[in-house]
Write a protein that binds this ligand. Structure first.
Ligand code: ZN
Length: 415
């Protein structure tokens, strides 16, 4: 049984946060640290040096995921894996990803401070290319680890300069030769992350205990009408692709309230041909992003988009095609990991709520391999993926304290 809490050191955590944030810092307190860049190399070097100072053994796999292992007392026990990602969005924030890695690092340091020997090993990880902004797809390192992406295909992926992932890994010295994927199935995985939404702040809670991640479908729609002159062509003879598209964009927005409470719908890309001030649009292409925790609702939403599209195109006398370009079911995290987080939050007397995450995370892929879970900390105004991303320091401390103690509980559990 676990008795007594492990105290973290908030000052040491702050110092580490400031040190890491200086690598790839922007003028406006943000972070520009694209995956496998020179700054990613610098921050990885600092991370590895911090791990070596702790005496943990470091290994790097072929896609550049960095692992550090603190041994437990039972040599046969499966490890608890903890971590997140050190890459950032272009001109992104300092909290997304980095905070999760530093929460895990502070956890290892706090265990050492108090000479805590856990039964299970605790392994820390920095996943390569979570963000997907330089190389696609996102969640690259965890996806390879979980077997969702093929290693060779990923290594040949290029950025917009034509550099491959393999070349970029060689360049920064992080193309490891350890086996890909779990050599042993971890007991569990825990990741701390900023919420990236407004709910914890709105509800005044310190910690989010994450039940899972929304499922999602991506659609690509093309509407084809007739281009003609904007002056001489009477209104009643027009087949305007953009007018039909406008109806669909509005309908997609309204669908969210009709389908269910947690449904979010977005048209994020739209292009118009020929895109000229005095020509009736002949072709419009746009995307739809549709998410819900309920996979059947996502399917229902896709069918509803198609019905709205068919009706709008019929009214305007235009044709359409609709392609589903991606769909992933919702992620349901492990009840056992969730319990460990809730118990740790109760013990630390920190206010918490159960919630569902709207964005993809490395934990989603790791959940395919083992029991995964996440801890969210509040995001001021829900802002993320830009330099204004901010979490109050007292919320960081509360979250990391809960995270460290949940990790310890997992590292002591039996099954
Ligand atoms: Zn992230």
């Amino acid at each position: 049984m676990v008795t007594g809490m492990v105290d973290i050191d908030p000052d040491r955590l702050r110092a580490a946060f400031d040190d890491y944030s200086a690598i790839g810092a922007t003028d406006d307190d943000g972070l520009h640290r694209l995956t496998l860049s020179a700054d990613d190399q610098r921050v990885r070097d600092e991370f590895v040096s911090d791990l070596e100072d702790l005496g943990v053994s470091v290994r790097v796999d072929p896609v550049g995921n960095v692992f550090g292992r603190r041994e437990g007392t039972d040599a046969d026990a499966a490890p608890v894996l903890v971590g997140s990602h050190l890459d950032s969005q272009p001109y992104g924030g300092r909290y997304d990803g980095q905070l999760g890695v530093l929460a895990a690092l502070e956890t290892l340091r706090a265990l050492d401070d108090h000479d805590v020997e856990t039964t299970r090993p605790v392994e820390i990880v920095d996943w390569t290319n979570e963000e997907g902004s330089r190389f696609k797809p996102a969640l690259m390192g965890s996806g390879v680890y979980a077997g969702a992406h093929d290693l060779d295909t990923v290594l040949e992926t290029t950025d917009d300069q034509g550099t491959t992932v393999a070349e970029a890994l060689e360049e920064i010295g992080y193309r490891g030769d350890e086996p890909v994927g779990p050599t042993e199935r971890p007991d569990s995985y825990l990741e701390l992350h900023v919420e990236q939404g407004p709910f914890l702040e709105e509800h005044g809670n310190a910690v989010g205990v994450v039940d899972g991640i929304l499922g999602m479908a991506w659609l690509e729609v093309t509407i084809t009408g007739d281009s003609d002159h904007a002056g001489p062509t009477p209104m009643h003879t027009r087949s305007d692709a953009l007018v039909a598209a406008a109806d669909v964009v509005t309908a997609v927005r309204r669908l969210s309230t009709r389908l269910g409470d947690d449904v979010v719908t977005t048209v994020g890309e739209l292009s118009v041909e020929p895109d000229s001030i005095n020509v009736i649009p002949s072709e419009v292409t746009f995307t739809v992003d549709l998410r819900s925790y309920d996979d059947a609702t996502v399917d229902e939403g896709v069918a509803a988009v198609e019905a709205e599209l068919a009706a709008a195109c019929e009214r305007e006398g235009v044709d359409y095609s609709l392609e589903k370009i991606w769909q992933i079911p919702h992620t349901e995290f492990s009840p056992g990991v969730r319990d460990a987080v809730e118990d740790a939050a109760s013990e630390a007397d920190r206010s918490f709520e159960r919630m569902v995450g709207g964005a993809g995370h490395d934990a989603s892929y790791v959940n395919d391999v083992t029991d995964a879970g996440m801890v969210f900390v509040p995001s001021v105004d829900g802002k993320t993926h830009n330099e204004a991303e901010f979490t109050e320091w007292e919320d960081v401390v509360a979250g990391v304290e809960v995270f460290a103690n949940a990790t310890r509980r997992l590292a002591e559990r039996d099954e």
